[in-house]
Design a binder for this molecule. Structure first.
Ligand code: NAG
Ligand code: NAG
Ligand code: NAG
Ligand code: NAG
Ligand code: NAG
Ligand code: NAG
Length: 430
């Protein structure tokens, strides 16, 4: 309901083609230069070295950790969360986990309301390991369907950058009549109630896209925005419930932390560097400092959340000790080599080139040697809808599901891959 695709006109398509061609040529040169002599940027450490467990449930002293398999991601709207969702869906697939999927081909599980059981496609044994689609976060409801040792993640981004994204995605510049088209944000923030009376707009939405929208997804009762004690209590409660809040501005650091908390492998957190699901806000001439000051008044809970969880992210990073930043550097280099390799390996978007050589990422202090092949590249490119398609085909249903559920899993829904490719990669028989 809230998601859509970016529509581009012909000139933009041509432009895109040009960019893609240029990217690929540059990429190819880079590939030839780097892949052949890719070296681990760090002194070699034996691969048998176990990662210390900095996990949540094992304590700090345990030498070896087990990868965690139950997790829930609060997919905050317009906070870059589609990329994270795809990482978490890929991990779920690779580890044969059961994912709670939305009914009726939606992107939402109940959102913007609290979810009900009927919003989720039932699983064969009635249990789930993973939930990553849009919900309004509600701890007790989630505890009903997810195991007790579930790790909870969420994501936030700088509220002003979030507002820009919201303005673009929901076309607010045209929806809010009378905005200055050249400086829409400034014009809006100078007098927001002229354009929007939050929570009452046309009697439809009981939340606001511009005011504490991230807090809404995290379950804040938005009518209490002006109550300092309610906001303080909310932030403090979340900090106890949510094990890690990823911060988009420090995304790679956030993912390395996630990897460590979950005891996952470096390969598990790789992602496609081309962001998914974005529309760019291109009015850059506005004074950032001033806008933030005005926006902070309006979207106070989001700012309080962001400041708090950005600070805790950096506290956590400090506790990780010396090699954290080296790991982030290393991760970024691997991301880049992967992107370069994958651009080439998926040049033909309709078929897998079976003769294309693999990319081998050498052992480092944080990973064993592993390979990247064209199959993996296509998995990186998949959108959440493509993953849902795979889960629809692969996950077992209860023996007695209703017609509504059967209908739900027949929604086509592919966005990036074609059906032939998906069937080949995931071995799905018609
Ligand atoms: C900014 O975006 C608008 C449409 O959203 C487009 O018409 C315009 O050309 C863009 N400007 C630049 C400088 O990219
Ligand atoms: C931006 O606004 C701030 C606060 O209003 C002001 O101090 C600063 O000089 C402005 N910067 C520019 C580049 O106009
Ligand atoms: C996030 O927190 C760090 C550490 O306190 C700080 O240096 C940085 O400026 C903060 N980032 C933003 C965007 O507020
Ligand atoms: C994460 O790393 C990639 C690859 O090096 C880089 O392109 C991207 O800008 C980084 N993202 C952030 C938020 O630092
Ligand atoms: C497949 O990869 C090989 C080796 O890189 C290359 O020579 C060939 O042109 C590729 N085939 C297609 C159809 O892209
Ligand atoms: C399927 O059977 C279970 C018990 O075996 C029951 O609880 C559930 O309501 C049934 N579902 C439908 C759709 O009939």
């Amino acid at each position: 309901m809230m998601e859509g695709t970016v529509r581009t006109g012909v000139p933009r398509k041509l432009c895109k083609l040009f960019v893609v061609v240029t990217f690929i040529s540059v990429g190819l040169c880079y590939l030839l230069a780097t892949v052949s002599d890719y070296k681990s940027p760090l002194p070699f450490k034996p691969s048998s070295q176990k990662m210390p467990n900095r996990g949540l449930f094992g304590g700090h002293d345990k030498e070896v950790c087990d990868k965690k398999l139950n997790y829930m991601f609060v997919k905050v709207h317009k906070a870059g969360s589609t990329t994270t969702t795809c990482i978490l869906q890929r991990f779920a697939y690779e580890n044969d986990l059961t994912v709670a999927l939305p009914m009726k081909g939606h992107a939402n599980i109940g959102w913007p309301h609290f979810f009900k059981r009927e919003d989720i496609i039932p699983s064969a044994d009635g249990t789930f390991n993973v939930l990553v689609d849009h919900v309004v976060y509600h701890k007790e409801l989630l505890h009903h369907i997810l195991p007790a040792d579930t790790v909870y993640f969420a994501t936030l981004r700088h509220p002003l950058s979030h507002l820009k994204s919201v303005f673009n995605w929901y076309h607010l510049t045209t929806r809010f009549h009378g905005l200055d088209r050249e400086h829409p944000l400034r014009s809006f923030l100078e007098n927001p109630t002229k354009f929007e009376i939050p929570y009452l707009t046309k009697g439809r939405a009981f939340f606001s896209y511009t005011k504490n929208y991230m807090a809404f997804d995290l379950g804040f009762p938005i009518g209490l925005s002006d109550s300092k004690s309610a906001v303080d209590e909310f932030v403090s409660r979340l900090s106890k419930d949510i094990h890690l809040v990823l911060i988009l501005e420090y995304y790679n650091e956030s993912l390395v932390l996630l990897r460590r908390i979950m005891c996952w492998k470096l390969k598990d957190i790789l992602y496609d560097l081309q962001p998914k699901n974005i529309r760019t806000y291109n009015k850059t001439s506005e004074n950032f400092t001033r806008l933030v000051a005005m926006h902070r008044q309006w979207s106070n809970v989001d700012y309080q959340l962001y400041d708090y969880f950005n600070a805790t992210l950096w506290d956590k990073i400090k506790q990780e000790g010396g090699d954290f930043h080296q790991e982030v550097d290393h991760f970024q280099k691997v991301l880049q080599s992967t992107a370069t390799y994958c651009a080439e390996a998926t040049q033909d978007k309709h078929e897998i080139n079976s003769t294309f050589a693999k990319l081998t990422i050498p052992v480092s202090a944080w990973n064993d040697e592993f390979d990247i092949d064209p199959h993996f590249c296509f998995k990186l490119k998949m959108h959440r809808w493509d993953w849902d398609f795979v889960f629809h085909k692969k996950q077992k249903l209860p023996w007695n599901v209703s017609d509504a559920v059967r209908e739900s899993i027949h929604s086509p829904g592919l966005r990036v891959l074609n059906e032939y490719l998906v069937r080949e990669i995931f071995n799905i028989i018609k």
